[in-house]
Structure formats: structure tokens, C-alpha cells
Design a binder for this molecule. Structure first.
Ligand code: AMP
Length: 357
């Protein structure tokens, strides 16, 4: 791919905070950003050159968007694959493409794909009725996590179940949709590898971060992750395999459970920039947002050397309303400009940096 010159137009499907940070990084590199997302003034649209307020399924808008943009990317994994196919049919260049998008939209397809390419996961079974759930519970040791196959995020669409529970009620609680049952993984810690792949196949992985969740929502990411070089090298190789096998162009994130003995089991992957990589702009020579823009624009990937020890903390709901002087002076605060601080909603994040030991 010939590198896109500054002044070109990069289109982003999706209008949330990831799009906002991608748009800011793209603007810094001299690109104009157009955001296509439904709604009056989503966070990304307020820092972009142009907002297309349209549904992702609106073919007339997609066609015009394809004509207006030199390359199109996305910030949100629930963009309909049919919309990306339509953009491609209109002659648009779309990075990352559809393989990683389509695979990650369905937990069952995703887990099967990961296993096929040699990335281990915990045990799981597809379930589409309370009867199948009963059988799956027997196979998986009597307890597990029931998760919708599609559209779950931040712990939503999930229920913890065990044999003897009211399985009809458990199925109702996730909306009676096709699901999987996952065995509980007795992890020692959770890490993620955020990696970029360029159109020619070159990759660059950030140091893995250790991630702490509460109620299914990411609270903090810390780098370095405290694991041995051997485990880090294995985790990085898994992310490289995933990026190559999907032919992904841009940034993706692989979330891994680490067992006491160093075994790595994949939880899931995101075909986009990721919350657990929010420390990279402040902690590394190139941040994940700039890296994604570089990849989709056909620019060489930037160096991912980490230059600080970092801790990223998400600001949820009203936590983001704290006055700036309440943060310690070394902290770098990013706020997403969301109007409504609902409980648990990701409103911003803080990155604390210390000199590398
Ligand atoms: P998910 O939405 O699948 O990423 O799950 C959110 C968080 O719930 C994960 O980051 C883990 O902390 C926890 N979790 C999810 N699946 C499992 C599992 N099978 N075993 C243990 N913990 C899990």
C-alpha cells in the first residue's frame, strides 16, 4: 500500500472514546477524520473534521462515505460485517478488513478459531437452551459462566451458573439468546497483548499489561506485567499468530488468562485499539492510537519501546467529575467528553508514570 499523504481523509466507523482518541492521533499526523456514527454529537465526532450522523446500515450514507474517505477503519467491534462488505463493494479501502471483525463478533466462532490456530482457551460448550445448559454444566464440572455469543461487553450478557440453579432463570437473564458456557479459569492474573500489523505483514507488540477487572469492567492496567521474559515472549507470539492468521491491518488486543504454572489461555480478542492499551500514548514512544492510524494509512509502524513504568486507571461514572487538581501532578488525565456520567460508564482514564527501575 502506498503511504497516504497527510491531508488525506481517514473515515472511522463508530463515535465513542476509542474513535475520539484515534481521531486526535490522526489529526496530529495531518489527516482529516470523518466519523460515521448515529447520534447527535458522539465523543469522536466532536474532535473530527466531519460527522456523518447515520446508521451503520444506511447504504446511501455508506456509499457517500466510501467516496469521501481515502481509507476507512472502525473503533467498535459490533459494526455489521455486511456494512463493511458494502463499503468494500463501493470501492473503499477498509482496514482491518472483515476476518478479525467477523470472528470476534461471536464468542463461539472466536474460541473455535483461536483453538484452530493453536491458541488455547479454557473449556467451553455452545448452549442454546436450558436443557443444553444442564448438559454443558455436567461436562464442565458443575459451574461456569454463561455468556451470550454476540454483543456482550464489560461483563454484560453474562451470568454465573452452577448445577442445581434455576437454569431457565439463568437463560432468561441473558435474554434467551444463543450462548456459550465457559468453565471458570483459575487464573493467577490477566494480561493483554496489544499489537499492530502493517499491510505488508510487519508487526509490533507493546509490552503486555496486567489487567484488573471488577464486575467484568476493566479498572486498571499496569506495565510491566510482572511476568518472566519467557511467558511474555510466549504471549507476544500468540498475538503475532493471531494478527497474521487474520491478516489484520491495524491494532488488535488479545486478552489472556495466566495460570499459576505460566500456562496462557485466551479469553477473547478485540479487533481494534483497546482499553488495556490506554497507557501506551503516555508510556511508549508510539501510542496505540497513532500506531493504528500509521498501519491503516500504510505508514511504517512506530517504535513501541516503553519508557516508563505505568499504571492506567479507568474513571467510571462520577469518578470522572473530580476536579483536575485532585489528581497527583504526575498523572495524565484523559476525559472522553461524555455528557452523562452513568454508574459504571467509562468516562475517562488516568495514567500514572514512574521512571523505569
Ligand atoms: P469478558 O467480558 O469475557 O472479557 O469477561 C470480563 C472479565 O470477567 C474477564 O476479564 C475476567 O476477569 C472475567 N472472566 C470472564 N470469563 C472468565 C472465565 N471463563 N473464568 C474466569 N474469569 C472470567
Amino acid at each position: 500500500m502506498t503511504p497516504l499523504p497527510a491531508g488525506s481523509v481517514i473515515g472511522i466507523l463508530g463515535g465513542g472514546q476509542l474513535g475520539r482518541m484515534l481521531a486526535s492521533a490522526a489529526a496530529r499526523l495531518g489527516f482529516d477524520v470523518h466519523v460515521l456514527a448515529p447520534g447527535e454529537a458522539p465523543p469522536a465526532a466532536r474532535v473530527a473534521a466531519k460527522h456523518w450522523n447515520a446508521a451503520y446500515e444506511d447504504e446511501a450514507a455508506l456509499k457517500a462515505f466510501a467516496e469521501a474517505c481515502d481509507v476507512i477503519t472502525y473503533e467498535f467491534e459490533n459494526i455489521p460485517v455486511a456494512s463493511v462488505d458494502y463499503l468494500l463493494a463501493c470501492g473503499a479501502i477498509v482496514h482491518p478488513g472483515t476476518k478479525s471483525l467477523e470472528t470476534s463478533q461471536d464468542r463461539l466462532t472466536e474460541k473455535r478459531f483461536l483453538n484452530e490456530i493453536g491458541i488455547e482457551t479454557g473449556s467451553y460448550a455452545p448452549v442454546s437452551s436450558p436443557e443444553e445448559l444442564k448438559t454443558a454444566l455436567e461436562t464442565l464440572g458443575g459451574e461456569g459462566l454463561l455468556k451470550t455469543r454476540r454483543e456482550g461487553y464489560d461483563g454484560k450478557g453474562q451470568a454465573s451458573v452452577k448445577s442445581g440453579d434455576d437454569l431457565e432463570a439463568a437463560f432468561d437473564s441473558i435474554g434467551h439468546v444463543p450462548a456459550i458456557l465457559e468453565a471458570f479459569v483459575p487464573f493467577e492474573r490477566e494480561i493483554s497483548v496489544v499489537i499492530a500489523r502493517a499491510p505488508g505483514g510487519a508487526t509490533a507488540a507493546f509490552d503486555p499489561s496486567m489487567n484488573d477487572h471488577s464486575g467484568g469492567i476493566l479498572r486498571t492496567s499496569i506495565a510491566p506485567c510482572g511476568l518472566s521474559e519467557g511467558v511474555i515472549a510466549r504471549a507476544t507470539r500468540l498475538a503475532e499468530t493471531l494478527a497474521q492468521e487474520t491478516g489484520h491491518v491495524g491494532v488488535l488486543a488479545l486478552e489472556l488468562f495466566v495460570l499459576e504454572d505460566g500456562t496462557l489461555l485466551a479469553n477473547e480478542f478485540a479487533p481494534r485499539v483497546h482499553n488495556s492499551g490506554h497507557w501506551t500514548p503516555e508510556g511508549c514512544l508510539t501510542g496505540q492510537f497513532e500506531q493504528h492510524i500509521r498501519a491503516v494509512a500504510g505508514w511504517p509502524l512506530g517504535p513501541v519501546t516503553r519508557v516508563f513504568e505505568v499504571e492506567m486507571q479507568n474513571l467510571l461514572g462520577e469518578e470522572a467529575l473530580a476536579p483536575p487538581e485532585s489528581y497527583d501532578p504526575d498523572a495524565v488525565v484523559t476525559l472522553y467528553g461524555k455528557r452523562d456520567a452513568k454508574p459504571g460508564r467509562k468516562m475517562g482514564h488516568v495514567v500514572r508514570r514512574t521512571a523505569k527501575a
